[in-house]
Ligand binder design. Structure first.
Ligand SMILES: Cc1cc2nc3c(=O)[nH]c(=O)nc-3n(C[C@H](O)[C@H](O)[C@H](O)COP(=O)(O)O)c2cc1C
Ligand code: SF4
Length: 452
């Protein structure tokens, strides 16, 4: 396997390993690829199947052979999801999920800003294979440039006038961690607040307007558009047998060029850091998978490979492709407590264990970081975590607990020092881990969004 990463945005042009970039091919430093430029790079999308219901379209078979896994965080097989929607009865709707509520992720807004036509191709192809007549592209209201490029690309396609294509419309969604959770997204598209709903029915059974609904991540659909053109064998030329293809990763922290990179799945973390110009400071640990992910100690990073199969031995997953390096200058205890408070603030307030448990965990971590915790704080954290895990209507509390428990494990000595001695000098520094601004934290953020 070639070790590999190719870069976008802040990074200078890297040396390009064979086969990469795919999604980011030809991306300009500013603005988006026009429809014409997009077609020059990738050629026409294959002829769309006629818009009638097909329980087994050739595209679904190709996606299955390619082994495409969803890039929205859950790594669910895309073909299985397509098949469930196809066999669910009524005419379906396709939702492109570019809500990207994860604070440390920029990949979906980058795709929407720079490669909107690739994502729209994927949405259209999925819709045509399912017999859907509508594609709804959901972009976070705070990602203004991405929303504008998506709107311009939709208008450009409409002017190009292909009457056999499904209707595509853009929907802005609130700036909130939960907005991209699929049942919250469907609730919002049905005119309600963007809150996760209790299931069943799941969106694939009854989603937007009660129609079976495919909710797929923007990056997933961009891969689908390329598989439709180049086939499953081409897709499998990169990656590992169980995790084929490339993936977008948002790398941040002390590297020369933080940004969004396209990697081969299974590539070493070291090749990603090299592509980003190398580390500019000592690294204490890496957070893999974002704020629902896990910390990995610096000592293990040189041999780390970016695939779920490899990361499993560290109880970690790539999730939506977030790698965040924490510098040696940061205070891990203060950083963990700060993110835990933010994660608690993102609960939608519907499930007791999530609301109360995440608040109690955040408070215990904050008291520990400030050296004012009651005795046996570590035992309390473990007990609270066990009361929260698996007790929510959505996976938010499970992700938050994963983040917290891995922090307590990896930064055990720092937490112990803070419990004994109180705050350290680094506690007073500005936090390194990104937290969205206060306006986005309020639950009001779950109401209707406008491009202000
Ligand atoms: C708290 C929470 C937030 C989520 N946010 C997003 C998001 O912003 N974007 C996204 O694509 N998926 C998000 N997901 C996952 C979606 O629910 C869904 O699984 C995904 O959009 C499916 O797309 P995929 O199969 O292409 O991965 C989130 C899940 C949870 C539990
Ligand atoms: S688990 Fe938490 S975030 Fe999810 S629906 Fe329940 S209260 Fe809301």
């Amino acid at each position: 396997m070639s070790s590999a990463a190719s870069a976008y945005a802040q990074a200078p042009p890297p040396s390009q390993p064979a086969g990469l970039p795919r999604l980011l091919a030809g991306v300009p430093a500013h603005g988006a690829l026009s429809l014409q430029e997009h077609l020059e790079i990738h050629g026409e999308a294959p002829r769309k199947p006629r818009r009638r219901r097909r329980s087994e379209s050739p595209l679904i078979a190709r996606i299955e052979a390619a082994g495409l896994l969803g890039r929205g965080g859950g790594a669910f097989p895309t073909a299985r999801k397509l098949r469930s929607v196809a066999s669910a009865g009524r005419r379906p709707v396709v939702v492109v999920n570019a809500a990207e509520g994860e604070p440390a992720s920029l990949k979906d807004r980058t795709l929407m800003r720079a490669r909107p036509h690739l994502v729209l191709d994927g949405g259209e192809l999925a819709a045509s294979s399912l017999g859907a007549e509508e594609v709804i592209v959901c972009v976070c209201a705070g990602a203004r440039a991405s929303a504008e490029q998506a709107a311009a690309a939709i208008a450009e396609r409409s002017r190009a006038g292909d009457s056999s294509s499904p209707r595509i419309r853009l929907q802005l969604v609130p700036n909130h961690y939960l907005s991209g959770q699929e049942s919250a997204l469907v609730s919002y598209l049905n005119g309600r607040r963007a809150l996760p709903t209790f299931t069943p029915p799941l969106p694939f059974e009854q989603g937007v307007g009660r129609a079976p609904t495919l909710v797929s991540n923007a990056e997933t659909l961009a891969h689908l558009a390329l598989i439709a053109r180049h086939g499953p064998e081409w897709f499998r030329e990169l990656g590992t047998p169980s995790e084929p293809g490339s993936a977008l990763v948002t790398l941040s922290g002390p590297v020369a060029h933080p940004g969004v990179y396209e990697i081969e799945l299974g590539a070493p973390l070291s090749s990603l850091i090299d592509a980003a110009g190398g580390a500019t400071d000592g690294v204490r640990a890496a957070l893999v998978g974002g704020y629902a992910g896990s910390w990995i100690d610096a000592g293990r990073l040189p041999s780390l490979a970016l695939s779920d199969e490899y990361l499993a031995q560290h109880r970690a997953r790539l999730g939506a492709g977030v790698v965040l390096l924490l510098s040696e200058h940061a205070c891990p205890a203060a950083e963990t407590a700060r993110v835990a408070r933010w994660l608690a603030s993102q609960s939608s307030g519907q499930c007791g264990p999530c609301v109360n448990g995440l608040q109690a965990l955040a408070m215990t971590l904050t008291e520990t970081a400030r050296g004012v915790a009651r005795a046996k704080a570590e035992e309390r954290i473990a007990r609270l975590a066990s009361l929260v895990q698996g007790r929510g209507a959505c996976a938010h509390p499970d992700g938050a607990v994963e983040f917290i428990l891995s922090a307590v494990q990896i930064f055990g000595s720092e937490f112990a020092d803070h419990a004994r001695l109180g705050t350290c000098e680094a506690c007073a520094l500005a936090g390194e881990l990104p937290i969205p601004d206060a306006a986005a934290r309020a639950h009001g953020g779950l109401r209707r969004a406008r491009l202000a």
